[in-house]
Write a new protein. Structure first.
Length: 91
């Protein structure tokens, strides 16, 4: 039985969700852990990031696919990246 067309997104929206989840989620996770290095010891964050980094990246990937608009999720991820980067640089 084929899928109902109203539940399918366009190929470009699927591409935006895929790239936002994969690349955007990775960079959000990376810059979040960089922010944590300003608060905690760097070696503790490095050891913890092996596990929490993968979990956070997987959750961000899932969130990107659950959103309806790829542009919106890219905007949210770019905003989170900018906030984490500015905290890392100026704190």
């Amino acid at each position: 039985m084929p899928a109902n067309k109203k539940y399918l997104s366009s190929p470009f929206q699927r591409f935006l969700k895929l790239t936002a989840g994969f690349f955007g989620g990775y960079f959000v996770m990376l810059y979040f852990h960089l922010c944590l290095t300003k608060i905690c010891d760097k070696t503790d964050i490095l050891i913890t990031a092996y596990v929490t980094g993968f979990i956070a990246w997987a959750i961000l990937l899932l969130v990107a696919f659950l959103s309806k608009n790829g542009w919106l999720i890219w905007g949210i991820y770019l905003f989170l990246i900018a906030v984490c980067y500015s905290i890392f640089m100026y704190l």
